[in-house]
Design a protein around this ligand. Structure first.
Ligand code: AHM
Ligand code: MG
Length: 335
């Protein structure tokens, strides 16, 4: 039988190898992975575990919280606050950052997460996930401002997708690796050690119902895709939209494609729907590590300096040549 590499073995090898992964960061990743296992169990129970439906509350962004949004948030906090590896946590579901209680030792890292991404898919039994990002605390008291570091400062990012399989996808800046949850053993088993996104693609992911609200460069890009073989692109495109960023990005890391959630004129002062710190930055780190590209239409997402914890951003990521094209259309029109 061929040897199967576990998450622990991979992390220990990263600790010994070129990445020189610090022990605290290794512990952090193991704890997050364990929390994801626990969230996966709740997700799987569904109606039997009384975890479906809304919780009757709203988050800081005015979105209705689902029971699983809150459960997943609590699981991640509880799992991470006592280990001594963290200085603080910030979540899409909490107004402000969560400091590690004084009774526990303080660590060097900051953990950010979207505990349950794709909330609208929970009740309809479609893939959802957890997205996370890790920064280094620069010292002093931990405040919301401690988290306002650009994506290039991330030391680790990943997500767990709860779908037909439960898959953990990770980068510590040494490429992208995937682990599948072996439910009988309760362990994460490496199932892809060098994820690469093809540079070209014929598949796009965007919420087409918003088409009439987009800026001209965005419309131009999609119009040209829709023209197919007869248009300037000279090839037919396929479309996919799961409405869970984790699932759409997972497909792109697996077989290529481009994912876009652009600015639109319904709320002109809002740069986009997705969150820079909990969604766009970690996904951009993964995509770049897999050879893809990620921009907000004009700039590399990972170089944006955040000004607030719950900042929104326009997102275009995936296969390099397509992201470069749609970015060029935006630059050409100065939008
Ligand atoms: P959530 O974190 O509240 O679930 O919202 C983010 C999700 C993304 O996962 C997904 O790409 C997008 O919102 C779907 O938006 P839409 O409902 O416009 O299709
Ligand atoms: Mg989300």
């Amino acid at each position: 039988m061929s040897h199967r590499v576990s998450l622990t073995q991979y992390l220990i090898e990263q600790q010994r190898g070129a990445a020189q992964l610090p022990a605290q960061l290794r512990l952090l990743i193991e704890v997050v992975a364990r929390a994801c296992k626990s969230i996966a169990i709740s997700v799987n129970k569904g109606a039997l575990g009384d975890v479906l439906g809304t919780a009757g509350s709203e988050n800081v962004q005015g979105e209705v919280q689902k029971k699983l949004d809150i459960i997943a948030n609590e699981v991640l906090i509880e799992a991470n606050e006592w280990g001594g590896h963290l200085a603080g946590m910030a979540s899409e579901e909490m107004d402000d950052m969560h400091a590690v209680p004084n009774r526990y030792p303080q660590g060097e890292y900051l953990l950010l997460f979207d505990p349950l991404d794709g909330s609208s898919n929970i009740d309809v039994n479609v893939s959802i996930g957890t997205i996370f990002s890790v920064l280094k605390h620069k010292g002093g008291d931990v405040t919301n401002d401690s988290f306002l570091q650009p994506g290039t400062a991330q030391v680790c990012a990943g997500y767990c997708v709860y779908g037909p399989q439960t898959t953990l996808v990770l980068t510590v800046g040494q490429g992208v690796v995937m682990f599948t949850l072996d439910r009988e053993q309760g362990s994460w088993v490496m199932t892809d050690s060098d994820v690469r996104i093809p540079e070209d693609t014929k598949e796009f992911a965007i919420n087409m119902s918003n088409l009439r609200h987009w800026a001209p460069p965005m419309k131009r890009y999609i119009d040209e895709c829709l023209e197919g073989k007869d248009g300037v692109r000279g090839k037919d495109f396929n479309m996919r939209w799961v409405a869970s960023m984790v699932a759409d990005v997972h497909r792109i890391l697996t077989r290529g494609g481009i994912f876009m959630y652009p600015w639109d004129k319904r709320e002109p002062n809002k740069p986009g729907k997705l969150r820079l710190m909990y969604e766009a930055n970690p996904m951009s780190f993964l995509v770049e590590q897999a050879g893809g590209m990620s921009t907000n239409g004009t700039q590399r997402i990972m170089e944006l300096q955040p000004t607030q914890l719950h900042e929104r951003v326009s997102v275009m990521l995936g296969s390099k040549n397509e992201v470069a094209r749609v970015t060029q259309y935006h630059l050409d029109q100065g939008t």
